[in-house]
Design a protein around this ligand. Sequence first.
Ligand SMILES: [Zn+2]
Length: 262
Amino acid sequence: MVFEGIVIHKVPYKERDLIVKLILRSGALGSFYIYGGQGGGKHHKPTIFELGSMVRINIREQNKSKLEGLELMVASETQRLWEPDQLRHNIQAFYLVCLYFEVLQKFAVNFQLGFSDQNQSEHEGLFSVMSNALFYLNESLKSGKFQASQQLMFFMTKLLFHMGIMPETDLCSYCGNSLMDSKIVSFLPSDGHFACGNCVNAENDLGFLFRLKKGYQTKYQNYAELTGSNFQEADKLIQYFCHHFHLRPIELKSYDLLMRMS
Ligand SMILES: [Zn+2]
């Protein structure tokens, strides 16, 4: 059986082995035991399991009844298909990717042999959001256009949309009037709604509303068109995400690290 996915977590085990977690093409999370996965040894073999790398893993064929329900699969052959080679040169980008993976692990489902269907496509969109995010983040680093808040804003917008919890961006959630006709709109992260200035008197989030709409309409490869983003706005989406999953942003460790740098 062959799996392909992106390394989102890894833990060294024993002297040279590794346990890695991948987001698979199906959008589920799969865990694998890799003998010698840390690299090193006599020939100083490098590891291919850097965070964010796309890998292919064949698993050992075993007695099927033994494998049923197993969450940790043992790899027989491994191969790296792609790596975000710029990531290790930029600590802010690295923390950002760690945040993506942390966010993902808050809600993605685990793959279980025998119980999960590898070909199910329900969550494929999740894999494509993640692979696009990594690919274009790496591109932005290559071309010197990397902006952490822009990347984060784009990622969160695409993610919320895929999850079907994108905030309503057309109408006031209280009176139903068009938000675009209002000079003042406010975002309410605890509801994931916008309200017009007549209904709620708070900070004006019109710029944020524009960027959210723009992010939603723009293809990942055109991420640079999302101009004027900032961390305050990206934070509103993080707050909303956390509220939805009953988390506190402080539980996202890499978010804290990222914010301290910005
Ligand atoms: Zn209103």
